[in-house]
Design a binder for this molecule. Structure first.
Ligand SMILES: CC(=O)SCCNC(=O)CCNC(=O)[C@H](O)C(C)(C)COP(=O)(O)OP(=O)(O)OC[C@H]1O[C@@H](n2cnc3c(N)ncnc32)[C@H](O)[C@@H]1OP(=O)(O)O
Length: 207
């Protein structure tokens, strides 16, 4: 069993917790969430906010899974927890399909029915959400998020912290810069620059 602390108690964290339990080889010792209204999830106690992490590390908890949907926050916490000496397990739902040649970075979460294709690369702390498809040779940057049902054709590249919204479709080989947002349902037929927000069919800049 891998003993770990779950960071986050929101909707995404509840899904991740069920994934961890379905996978069967993780023991979650508790949940970190600083919000005053954070409620226990899955019968697990809220241990406190980030301030309790050094104590947990000192007590021998060496693994953490950052289950926060906000890409910027997940990236920041990844840097902070790494500095405290935590490492990040990869969590793949048993009903996901990850090609043997695909590479998954630390702390990556692959939800049910998602597909990570041949020679695809998913960098640290990225989320491949329910039913998302990352086709062959694709690359997803650190702390990026492919939302449920998004489809990335072969060779698509996604920058760090970028959100690809639910049901978006990305044509072969397009490149999306870092910190961008691809709106729900967009059809992306050309490259998207860093920091841009696009939507529609075909996708155009959203003001
Ligand atoms: C398990 C989970 O739930 S994972 C969740 C993952 N999250 C998502 O998939 C959400 C993706 N987010 C979106 O698609 C959002 O609509 C965004 C980020 C693109 C835009 O959100 P906002 O900044 O709030 O924009 P806002 O709603 O004010 O709309 C601005 C304009 O863009 C348009 N617009 C908004 N979203 C889209 C879209 N997806 N496609 C096309 N046009 C859009 C609006 O109609 C509006 O146009 P108008 O100015 O002509 O009226």
């Amino acid at each position: 069993m891998v003993r770990l602390v779950l960071v986050g108690a929101g909707g995404h964290a509840r899904v991740v917790l069920e994934l961890l339990r379905a996978a069967g080889w993780f023991e979650v010792v508790g949940v970190i969430d600083a919000r005053p209204d954070a409620a226990p999830i899955g019968g697990l106690p809220i241990l406190g906010g980030e301030e309790v992490l050094p104590r947990l590390r000192a007590e021998g908890i060496a693994q953490a899974l950052i289950a926060i949907g906000d890409n910027v926050a997940r990236d920041r916490l990844g840097t902070r927890l790494a500095a405290l000496g935590f490492s990040f397990p990869v969590a793949v739902h048993p009903a996901a399909l990850v090609a043997p040649s695909a590479r998954l970075g630390a702390g990556v979460v692959v939800m049910a029915r998602a597909v990570v294709g041949t020679d695809a690369t998913v960098e640290d702390l990225a989320i491949i959400n329910t039913g998302a498809i990352l086709e062959h040779d694709g690359r997803v940057g650190r702390a990026a998020h492919l939302a449920p049902g998004s489809i990335l054709a072969g060779g698509v590249r996604i920058g760090a912290r970028t959100l690809v919204g639910v049901g978006a479709a990305l044509c072969p080989g397009v490149a999306i810069g870092a910190d961008a947002v691809v709106g729900a349902g967009a059809a992306v037929v050309a490259d998207v620059p860093q920091g841009a927000r696009v939507g529609g069919v075909p996708a155009r800049r959203i003001s």
